[in-house]
Design a binder for this molecule. Sequence first.
Ligand SMILES: CC(C)(COP(=O)(O)OP(=O)(O)OC[C@H]1O[C@@H](n2cnc3c(N)ncnc32)[C@H](O)[C@@H]1OP(=O)(O)O)[C@@H](O)C(=O)NCCC(=O)NCCS
Length: 173
Amino acid sequence: MDLRIEKLKRRDLRYLLPIENKVFPEPWTVGVFNSELALRHGRLYRGAWDGEHLAGYIGFLMVDDEAHMTTIATAPDYQRAGVASTLIIDGIRTLLIMGVKHLSLEVAAHNEPAQALYRRFGFAPVGVRKHYYPVTGEDALVMWAYDIDSAEYQRRLEDLGLEHRSDDGNVHR
Ligand SMILES: CC(C)(COP(=O)(O)OP(=O)(O)OC[C@H]1O[C@@H](n2cnc3c(N)ncnc32)[C@H](O)[C@@H]1OP(=O)(O)O)[C@@H](O)C(=O)NCCC(=O)NCCS
């Protein structure tokens, strides 16, 4: 599958919101996405496109040399095909250019698929936020990946052997 990774725009929300509503028990509203995408600094939102189909998306919030992954989702029809991994690699490459060194995120304590994905990228649990999710009341694990600018971390990414970026800017798997 050839994926095109692009900055998310407000007009992409008509494709994004149906995915959001399908995959999250507590989906973000259009208002939340609009305000996130309107911020000119301190945010990175990217979408993975298979032709005209939005396959997945990812978001980060940046502060100094740290970035927090605010969201990641893959459309149900595209899951387990490496879309989220490709988005994370692309995000990391982009964040490294911006000087980011450490990544954090929260993940629902029972979301084993997402935790497995994050472990592949070197995220390790460092704490628990009790009853973090207001609707489900579920706890969140706080996970960090430190020193993503290190040679060791670059080797980890290379070992995943997931993608290469060709001259046309597309990501091929
Ligand atoms: C979590 C999620 C983003 C993964 O997206 P994806 O595009 O399917 O992920 P990938 O194909 O890149 O998976 C990479 C690895 O993650 C792990 N993984 C992904 N989905 C998994 C699942 N359902 N069960 C177990 N491991 C899983 C596996 O290690 C997988 O590698 P493998 O397929 O070679 O075994 C997707 O399941 C999703 O959108 N879930 C709903 C939203 C969500 O929970 N987001 C995270 C919020 S913190």
